[in-house]
Design a protein around this ligand. Structure first.
Ligand code: DAT
Ligand code: MG
Length: 148
């Protein structure tokens, strides 16, 4: 089953939105495989956002991401990468529709409260980066109720 990496950013954690975000992914039917609150290092964040290193906003992005703990999660499900991105909304919350997480809870691109992997290969890279000890799969009776 496909997997994705979701991270509640420091502002999302401080605003008490972890439960709301976790709830949305759970109620959609995605299966929670891992969950951790951590204080990320600069090195870890620079690796996570390696594709954005040359962007002018990169230093501010890393500073923001280091402003407090983050909560990382791994979810599995059918096409969970694409579905997760839809639930999160657009990068700029101003373009995010109501009903999406960014569309419901934030306003500015520099404080957009949540990360979700944008492709299957980046999801696997991010899961390996944030959960270096590995993530175990488990079977759940819910699967039979969610999938035909
Ligand atoms: P996303 O988080 O939607 O995958 P991204 O990977 O392109 O977007 O960028 C990562 C983060 O960097 C994004 O959540 C917020 C910040 N960012 C992106 N574009 C930005 C911009 N034009 N100005 C300021 N911050 C930006
Ligand atoms: Mg991205």
């Amino acid at each position: 089953m496909e997997r994705t990496y979701v991270m509640v950013k420091p502002d999302g954690v401080q605003r008490g939105l972890v439960g709301e975000i976790l709830k949305r992914f759970e109620q959609r039917g995605y299966q929670l495989l891992a969950l951790e609150l951590i204080h990320p290092t600069k090195e870890r964040l620079e690796e996570h956002y390696q594709d954005l290193k040359s962007k002018p906003f990169f230093p501010a992005l890393v500073e923001y991401m280091m402003s407090g703990p983050v909560v990382g999660m791994v979810f599995s499900g059918l096409e969970v990468v694409k579905g997760g991105r839809k639930m999160v909304g657009e990068t700029n919350p101003l373009n995010s529709l109501p009903g999406s997480i960014r569309g419901d809870f934030c306003i500015c691109v520099g404080k957009n409260i949540i990360h979700a992997s944008d492709a299957v290969d980046s999801a696997e890279r991010e899961i390996a980066l944030w959960f270096p000890n590995g993530v175990k799969n488990y079977s759940s009776p819910m699967q039979g109720l969610l999938y035909e």
